[in-house]
Design a protein around this ligand. Structure first.
Ligand SMILES: [Fe+2]
Ligand SMILES: [Fe+2]
Length: 219
């Protein structure tokens, strides 16, 4: 390689390096702005999402998780079946998972400067998931499945809402979403076992609505 070629390569790599450096923030400028708002915890002045909407979204998720814990607990005590032990075991596992989700979302709310709302008053209105019951085991499980599917839809939207603006919250909801999908899958399998006419059900979401239909397989 000639000297001219080597020198051209050097300058090309140097300008690429300078370009990549300019993509990084000026550290002193960042430190000065961050120092101005030290009491805001993890929320720096660079947090790009509207905090009021973020708190609203998290509040809805917190209320939904509380509803899910309560619903699974009630269904646990209502379950009477020859398969009582394994079914109760699953319901208990689910409510413990929901309790874990609740804690993680409340913690994130606190980090983002909000106050997690645990007030029972207005809980159903704040929640995405409904508190519904039933008079038979299959009705109970059907209600659990509907609630899980609504939560799956809402949390998928929340993952998109946080996007690249707040990757920590996005990853939190991606994580929780995985659990909710497992819950829905386990309930759908169980429902099929005790009531084969239920089939493996498919939900229909229309636009932004959370309309859910439990279709019979093959229909
Ligand atoms: Fe949950
Ligand atoms: Fe769940």
């Amino acid at each position: 390689m000639s000297l001219a070629e080597r020198s051209a390569m050097f300058y090309a790599s140097e300008s690429a390096y300078a370009g990549s450096m300019s993509m990084l923030s000026d550290v002193r400028q960042v430190a000065a702005r961050v120092r101005e708002s030290m009491d805001a915890g993890a929320v720096t002045p660079y947090y790009p999402l509207p905090l009021e909407s973020v708190h609203g979204v998290l509040q809805g998720a917190i209320a939904s998780e509380i509803i899910c814990v309560l619903r699974y607990q009630q269904h646990f005590y209502m379950t009477t079946s020859v398969f009582q032990d394994p079914i109760q075991g699953m319901l208990k596992e689910h409510w413990e998972d929901e309790q874990g989700h609740l804690g993680r979302i409340a913690e994130r709310m606190k980090q983002l400067g909000g106050i997690p709302n645990f007030n029972p008053e207005g809980l159903s209105e704040r929640a995405y998931a409904q508190f519904e019951s039933g008079h038979s085991l299959s009705e109970l499980l059907r209600q659990d499945l509907i609630a899980e599917r609504i939560v799956i839809k809402m949390y998928s939207d929340i993952v998109r809402f946080f996007g690249s603006g707040d990757p920590v919250s996005r990853r939190l909801f991606e994580d929780i979403l995985k659990d909710e999908e497992d819950h829905a899958d386990e309930i759908a399998d169980l429902l099929f076992t005790i009531d084969p006419t239920s089939g493996k059900t498919v939900e229909r979401f229309e636009g932004d609505s959370t309309f859910v239909s439990l279709g019979v397989a093959g229909s």
